[in-house]
Ligand binder design. Structure first.
Ligand code: ZN
Length: 401
């Protein structure tokens, strides 16, 4: 049975279409611009804006996180360190009340290195509840073994930590030996998997590029991008999820205004609203405008930019960020860096789908998953209207907002 969304302004992930109707059949988009036949189900969008379901390119998630994400039209979360069994993954796949997830599973990290410095304030959210312990990668052989272990357990891509701690407020954290990072990247590529690096300083970013990673899960915050790093990223074809919301949080900015927005307050629990009102504040000496300037420079150079948040757990010391809601905040910050609203939405839809090889989503086109978000107002003029979510479809199942 076909269902038609009619009278919508349709942004396909890259551009607006002339068509105003999108037709769904089962879990897929069947057609764009088709005229409904008599008796077929019609949903009137009343002129609202329809975009592909949003993709958050950097999270650490949970069932609750996936549920919150979907409430804000985020239909896929890309986890950059976390753990799920294959059975749990299958249950998430089949549950249309949750965002879909892709995961690196556990990251390559050194003994005592990042993110172990964060573990003391995680409380009940710390490692162990999923029955896993933190990996310790020291030698190239360890890295190769780690990659094989987690690919066998279902990792969709690999994550590697390159973090000596300065901007996390813990200088002197042990790094993985660069030779081990390189061995891990090479092994992942041999197995057909991409590698995404955690690097928040310019120096760590250079090391990640030298190791041959495919993407960056953050943008460095300790300096403004210079020509040299921009051309190195362009030449290496590396994509970047700047995660502006968490960069701002590292510098002490909270997101209380977001928590106070009724469109957010009505969808999140108190612990998450309190989390939005907090901040990491580990690097207050940072200059956020430099990060915005770097994003502008990368965008001008044609580097693929992805919307990501680093949303994780409801702890105010990891604050300023929440699942779902913060993707909308990230869209706004990307426009503050100079991207057009259209480019910001592309960073949350078509670009992450392409960079992560998610060929079944991220655009509105026949044959793709019916993961969709409908917004009132005019988010392509006033980006904050993106939070005026009126309906969400996950594999064709509609959730009224
Ligand atoms: Zn993260």
């Amino acid at each position: 049975m076909k269902r038609h969304i009619v009278n919508a302004r349709v942004f396909d992930g890259e551009k607006f279409l002339d068509a105003r109707t999108v037709t769904l059949e089962h879990q897929r988009i069947a057609a764009v611009g088709e005229t409904p036949a008599a008796g077929e189900e019609v949903f009137d969008a009343n002129g609202a804006t329809l975009v592909p379901g949003l993709i958050d390119a950097h999270v650490h998630t949970s069932i609750d996180g996936l549920r919150d994400a979907l409430k804000f039209g985020v239909t896929t979360e890309l986890e950059m360190q976390g753990y799920w069994t294959r059975q749990q993954r299958k249950e998430i796949d089949d549950d249309d009340s949750l965002a879909d997830v892709r995961s690196s599973l556990l990251a390559l990290m050194s003994d005592g290195g990042h993110p172990s410095e964060l573990m003391h304030d995680l409380g009940e959210h710390g490692p162990g509840e999923g029955g896993w312990t933190m990996p310790h990668v020291t030698t190239p052989d360890d890295a190769v073994a780690h990659v094989n272990t987690f690919v066998e357990q279902g990792a969709d891509y690999l994550k590697v930590m390159i973090e000596e701690g300065t901007v996390m407020g813990h200088p002197g954290l042990p790094l993985i030996d660069p030779a081990a990072v390189k061995a891990g990247v090479d092994e992942a590529h041999r197995l057909g998997k991409k590698v995404i690096a955690h690097a928040i300083t310019l120096e760590a970013t250079r090391q990640a590029i030298d190791a041959g990673v495919d993407g960056l899960a953050h943008l460095f915050v300790d300096q403004r991008a210079d020509e040299r790093i921009v051309s190195a990223l362009v030449e290496a074809g590396v994509f970047v999820a700047p995660c502006l919301v968490v960069s701002a949080s590292l510098m002490g900015y909270h997101a209380a205004a977001l928590a106070d927005d009724p469109r957010v307050a009505s969808r999140l629990s108190e612990p998450w609203l309190d989390t939005l009102r907090g901040s990491f504040n580990a690097y207050p000496q940072g200059v956020f405008q430099h990060v915005l300037d770097s994003v502008a420079a990368l965008h001008a150079a044609g580097v693929d930019l992805l919307a990501g948040t680093d949303a994780s757990i409801p702890v105010p010391s990891h604050g300023g960020v929440a699942h779902g809601a913060s993707v909308h905040h990230e869209l706004a910050l990307l426009t503050e860096a100079g991207l057009s609203p259209s480019a910001a939405f592309t960073a949350a839809t078509a670009t992450p789908a392409r960079c992560f090889g998610l060929t079944d989503r991220g655009r509105i086109a026949p044959g793709l998953r019916a993961d969709l978000l409908l917004m009132d107002g005019d988010p392509f003029t006033t980006i904050s209207d993106s939070l005026s979510v009126t309906a969400i479809w996950r594999r064709g199942t509609r959730h009224a907002a």
